[in-house]
Design a protein around this ligand. Structure first.
Ligand code: SDX
Length: 436
């Protein structure tokens, strides 16, 4: 990550003319992608704020983790294309890459995997924590609560000023999310929690903790283990999305990493964000058959109808989301491995075909995103729809942790505190109730 400001200042300035008062601002350039106008001194020099609800034109930070070119359908993690990582790498290796900036040697990867594996158990008292939830609690409600509670169990890794404690907390979070997610599922179906087994892979361990039972050995299906590992890779990080920005903002106040990740989980749950995978499958099942698709596409285009095609559209991806391409390919592999064929897949393919040939979707550059096909795969593997976003949170934890570490270790880091355009009443005197 380039730290010298001089190397980032482009050889051009931005001039702002505020009715006779002009002010120049430096333009900073990254290694690739749009330049940014550095307006950090705007308010101090002009008394004006910028205004950008939803941050559609705002870079909130400098980062070296993930680059997205939404127009070109490009997604790079530390420079490596998502398609190459999905094809050749593993979730543990991608996690190492995001955290450390370079692909690991075999020895590095073995050491990292050994460390993560030996943090997969949770404090036994935490198992009691689940008893407070109703059995039908949404797994994301449980994840929010349990991950936030981790700071009550792991006090020895909450001092964010200590790089070693940051490292241990990071490893604990990455390692324990599969255990916590699997426990949420087990609790919902009334089955006993399964302890992790160190000889299994990260993803194999998760599958066994989720679908295994104490009464018999659980046989991990290699094709399913590979598909799930790839799905985790596809969800690992995605630049400054809403939940990552939530983690960064929470972390900017000095909150402990467990609390920050709980904030990220809460944000991810929304149907406009990570909750879309659950909503997309529900939508596809509601549509039912391809002949009903035109009606739903018309609903999605109707401004008076709140219905949207879930799993479609994206703030940044204005081309086909490269993750959706890999997801669809993975779906075919899982169907073949399990010898299943869910008619919902045909509905999804037909919906994609009709939407991508519809002028409304073409004009607004609405394409399938990472959430459009993922639910069909997860449903085929045996996850209930309510677990889909919990799986997204499991995988995105490494991205949140890597982004949080990048922010905390930046010497220029300050608390995030946006301003506003105030449109409320100007000052007025209190009126006693008898005179109102
Ligand atoms: C994720 O940011 C990330 O990187 C997120 C993510 C990650 O990895 O972290 O990629 C994961 O959250 C993927 C997105 C999952 N959400 C969904 O699939 C929900 C459905 N999509 C929409 O809600 C919407 O597309 C958003 C929320 C994803 C993006 O919304 P924007 O960028 O604010 O765009 P918008 O709502 O302003 O839409 C632009 C136009 C609007 O029409 P106009 O007002 O201009 O006339 O497109 C329309 C919208 O009505 N539109 C849709 C639509 N999405 C946008 N119309 C129908 N169906 C849709 N899905």
């Amino acid at each position: 990550m380039r730290t010298s400001e001089e190397t980032r200042v482009a050889d051009k300035q931005a001039t702002l003319d505020l009715g006779g008062q002009t002010q120049e601002f430096p333009v900073l350039e990254g290694s690739v992608g749009p330049d940014v106008v550095d307006i950090r001194k705007l308010y101090g020099t002009t008394g004006k704020f910028t205004y950008d609800p939803g941050y559609k034109s705002t870079a909130s930070c400098e980062s070296a983790l993930t680059y997205i070119d939404g127009e070109a359908g490009v997604l790079l993690h530390r420079g490596y294309p998502i398609g190459q990582l999905a094809e050749n790498s593993s979730f543990m290796e991608v996690s190492y890459l995001l955290l450390n900036g370079e692909l690991p040697t075999q020895e590095d990867l073995d050491d990292f995997t050994y460390t993560i594996t030996r943090h997969t158990m949770v404090h036994d008292q935490l198992r009691q924590f689940y008893q407070g939830f109703r059995r039908d609690a949404h797994p994301m409600a449980i994840m929010c609560g349990v991950v936030g509670a981790l700071s009550a169990f792991y006090h020895d890794s909450t001092d964010i000023s200590d790089p070693e404690q940051r490292k241990i907390a990071s490893h604990r979070l990455i390692a324990k999310m599969p255990t916590i997610a699997a426990m949420a599922y087990k609790y919902s179906v009334g089955q006993p929690f399964m302890q992790p087994k160190n000889e299994l892979s990260y993803t194999g361990n998760f599958l066994r903790m989720t679908f295994g039972v104490p009464a018999e050995e659980y046989e991990i299906h290699p094709a399913i283990e590979k598909a799930m590992d790839r799905i985790f890779i596809l969800h690992a990080d995605h630049e400054q999305n809403a939940s990552t920005s939530t983690v960064r903002l929470a972390g900017s106040s000095g909150a402990n990493p467990f609390a920050c990740m709980a904030a990220g989980i809460a944000c991810l749950w929304g149907p406009a964000h990570g909750g879309a995978n659950e909503a997309a499958l529900n939508m596809l099942q509601e549509i039912g058959s391809p002949d009903k698709i035109p009606h739903y596409i018309e609903r999605a285009k109707d401004k008076n109808d709140p219905f949207r095609l879930m799993g479609f559209g994206h703030r940044v991806c204005k081309n086909y989301d490269p993750r959706a391409t890999v997801m669809q390919q993975t779906l075919r592999e899982v169907f073949e491995a399990l010898n299943v064929n869910d008619p919902v897949f045909e509905t999804a393919l037909k919906l994609e075909e009709l939407a991508l040939n519809d002028d409304y979707f073409k004009e607004k550059k609405l394409f399938p995103n990472v959430d459009f096909y993922s639910g069909i795969i997860l449903n085929a593997i045996g996850f209930p729809t309510t677990m889909f976003t919990a799986l997204f949170a499991l995988a995105r934890t490494v991205g949140w942790v890597a982004q949080w570490n990048e922010m905390i270790s930046d010497p220029a880091q300050v608390i995030g505190r946006p301003r506003q355009l105030y449109t409320g009443p100007t000052e007025r005197d209190y009126v006693p109730i008898g005179q109102r």
